[in-house]
Unconditional design. Sequence first.
Length: 280
Amino acid sequence: MRFTGRDRAVNLSAGSGLHIKGIGPGHLVMAYHFKEENEYTFYVFMRDKTAYIGFDQHYEPSEVPFDRFLTAVIKDFHPEKVLCKDPSKEERKVLTKKLFYARGKDMQRIVEPWRYCISDKVFDPEGYIINQGMMEALPFGLFNTKDKGCGWIAAYNLLKINGQEVTMEEVAKALDKHALLGHLFGEWVYSLYYYLKQKLPVKMMHFSKALCVQAMKRSSSGIFLYVHKRGSHYVAYRRVGDNRFHFYNAVYGHAGLQMSAEEFMKQFTFLPVANLIWIE
């Protein structure tokens, strides 16, 4: 999915042919254009800290372009709420997975307060967390997310990958309930596994890095716990091809880290032991 452009002042007119419910003629809106196999255009109009969003008449609901649009709107405008007027049945299916809820005929999402405690650079274009190093402002146990939060970040990303998006605060506080010594030693892998087991069909592989590689190759997505030279670290990943995976928050700020399981092991791991939480 490629972001191809942004128009800062699109003046809607009665004859424009644009299908933007709740945004009438004469309004100046921002248009976002994305292109993959199909072209997608989304629109946003700001009023009273609420972002009113709309789609062009050719829009076919799909999560990836909408994720990129929603992330761009939040980064560009910092709204308190995002509202879609009277969406179609198919649009509602996508919006429901993105923390929107019904408000009469409309659907609305409240942007969580934690989002504006941290830099926009924490997130990649689809809204995944990729820069833990800039999250010192968010608490986790007796510490902060920058120092001890890779476990809940990986859980947040994995849930989002699998269409089960929740707020950052919800994930962090759920895992904080089972903290050992205030997360002095980071997130306990069993706590992470049992939390995710309530939401996703996850499995777990222990100890052998070689066995983890084999399981990763059979998986669609997961979380990898490994040891590097400075300590241990959790990363979420998803399959993007034959033995090719996209890893999130492995290199802080890197939005497109993709490689094979073997390449990742060779480049990032220090010891032969590892743990894998994975989904077939």
